[in-house]
Design a protein around this ligand. Structure first.
Ligand SMILES: [Zn+2]
Length: 229
């Protein structure tokens, strides 16, 4: 049976199941030297099956083995294309916020510290832009949010606030660089993605729906008036 992989395209954000036609490998191995053994280089290329997208996502892996007929062990894997594991977000979300989010994703694996600094600034930017809240610290701004947002979202924000170094430093300026571990940096990125979806996208979708209802109602009433005259 051919193996399949469940995957979300980083360009079009569509969930899909990839089959053998959508995943290709490009690999080669070589003998390096007596003290380095054999090396295998591997490109894994995913082709988005969505006909409107069809973009390539490429990972590279480097593997090592001591002897010719041994199994390879992975040395490292890199995500090459796209550069960051960032989701695409629509342009009604302010550019500055999307830029901070994108860069937080871009730098995450190289520096959790730099990533978390960008994410904290982005989180503050979201709260200020979307809710018009402006407190002295992120901690105070989050406290002010309580009651304004739905309980589940508030709990998610509050649980991130309680985590390790992020929470410990929320009373300080968001631009202060703090030490965090990769899991904390990842958690902040998830929170930002959730807030983009729950606040900006939901509000936009709701507004579009309301506009459609208003337009349909206007159309119906015009039709009614036409029949009368
Ligand atoms: Zn795609």
């Amino acid at each position: 049976m051919a193996s399949t992989e469940h995957w979300t395209c980083p360009y079009c954000n569509r969930d899909c199941t990839l089959g053998s036609a959508d995943i290709k490998y490009c690999r080669g191995d070589t003998y390096l030297a007596e003290d380095h053994g054999y090396a295998l280089g591997n490109f894994k290329i995913r082709i988005c099956p969505n006909l409107e997208c069809r973009k390539l996502s490429i990972n590279a892996g480097l593997y090592h083995k001591e002897e010719q007929y041994e199994d390879y062990t992975q040395i490292h894997e890199w995500q090459l294309i796209p550069e960051a594991n960032a989701k695409p977000f629509p342009d009604f979300i302010p550019q500055q916020l999307r830029d901070d989010y994108f860069e937080a994703c871009l730098i995450k694996d190289k520096s959790a510290k730099a990533s978390a600094t960008l994410s904290r600034r982005c989180l503050q930017g979201i709260i200020r832009d979307f809710w018009g809240i402006k407190g002295r610290t992120l901690f105070k701004e989050i406290a002010e949010l309580e009651g304004k947002v739905d309980a589940t979202t508030w709990e998610a924000i509050d649980s991130v606030r309680k985590v390790g170094n992020i929470g410990a430093h929320m009373e300080e300026d968001v631009n202060i660089i703090i030490d965090v571990d990769p899991e904390e940096a990842e958690l902040l990125i998830w929170l930002i993605e959730t807030l983009f979806e729950e606040w900006y996208i939901e509000k936009h979708t709701r507004e579009e729906k309301m506009k459609r209802i208003t337009a349909i109602a206007a159309q119906k009433s015009a039709q009614k008036n036409d029949k009368k005259s």
